[in-house]
Design a protein around this ligand. Structure first.
Ligand SMILES: Nc1ncnc2c1ncn2[C@@H]1O[C@H](COP(=O)(O)OP(=O)(O)OP(=O)(O)O)[C@@H](O)[C@H]1O
Ligand SMILES: O=C(O)c1ccc[n+]([C@@H]2O[C@H](COP(=O)([O-])O)[C@@H](O)[C@H]2O)c1
Length: 204
């Protein structure tokens, strides 16, 4: 699986934005740039998922989503990878175990939009995720309250890092999570699929 990883050095802090990217869009780019800046990250990787285990319908073919994501990302500190397909997992807890094994000494931070924090307690072994890597959450339209009141947020309130200290997240010891109120972009893959996907360059 190591060959599927972007170049990285031990000691660096890598933010991981896992997603279906079906299709990728400006909201993904926006939160990625904000995460790099706000969480003190050296690098940010998009992990293009083989398929979200909680979503009932499979996404477009992985090769198509990878190509669209690569065409969209043009930032010296960002990269796109299909490492989960190489590792044979679609569960984040397992992905993190595989990544730590393949890249010892690298500090990983899991990133997500606020909609995913609201559902986080439904993920497989979710407590092992937050106990093993810092988690950075980015505001998303309509999701601020549900995320902050979610079971995961309540259970881990003792591990909450205030937004004013967000730049410390990358080097914090887990469990630690932070919620940042970045300027919001009301855009989603669902809306783009409903429009036929042309804005994001998705083949129809
Ligand atoms: N506009 C946005 N603002 C904040 N976070 C976002 C935004 N779009 C996507 N994200 C986050 O990026 C990650 C990957 O998202 P994903 O690929 O599922 O896109 P999506 O637009 O949420 O797709 P869908 O509408 O199909 O659920 C998730 O953690 C999601 O919360
Ligand atoms: O591990 C799980 O149980 C799990 C459940 C739901 C979502 N995830 C991950 O969360 C990320 C965001 O998914 P999505 O479909 O909202 O883009 C993506 O990397 C998924 O694999 C992971």
């Amino acid at each position: 699986m190591r060959h599927a990883l972007p170049h990285i050095r031990a000691g660096q802090v890598v933010g991981l934005l896992g997603g279906s990217f079906d299709p990728p869009h400006a909201g993904h780019l926006h939160i990625s740039r904000e995460a790099l800046r706000r969480f003190g990250l050296d690098r940010l990787w998009w992990l293009v998922s083989p398929g979200n285990p909680l979503k009932p319908h499979g996404p477009a073919p992985l090769a198509e989503r990878m190509a669209a994501a690569r065409a969209m990302v043009d930032h010296p500190r960002m990269a796109v990878t299909d490492v989960e397909a190489h590792a044979g997992t679609r569960y984040t807890a397992q992905t993190l175990i595989a990544l730590r094994h393949a890249a010892p000494g690298v500090r990983f931070v899991w990133l997500m939009g606020a909609d995913n924090l609201a559902q986080f307690h439904r993920w497989q072994d979710w407590q092992s995720i937050i106990e093993s890597v810092p988690v950075g959450v980015l505001a998303r339209p309509g999701e601020r309250i549900s995320a902050r009141m979610s079971p995961a947020a309540r259970i881990y309130r003792h591990a909450f890092l205030p937004a004013r200290a967000s730049r410390l997240l990358g080097r914090a010891t887990a469990p630690a999570w932070c919620f940042v109120n970045v300027p919001m972009m009301d855009i989603s893959s669902t809306a783009l699929r409903a429009q036929g996907g042309s804005e994001a360059g998705r083949k129809t």
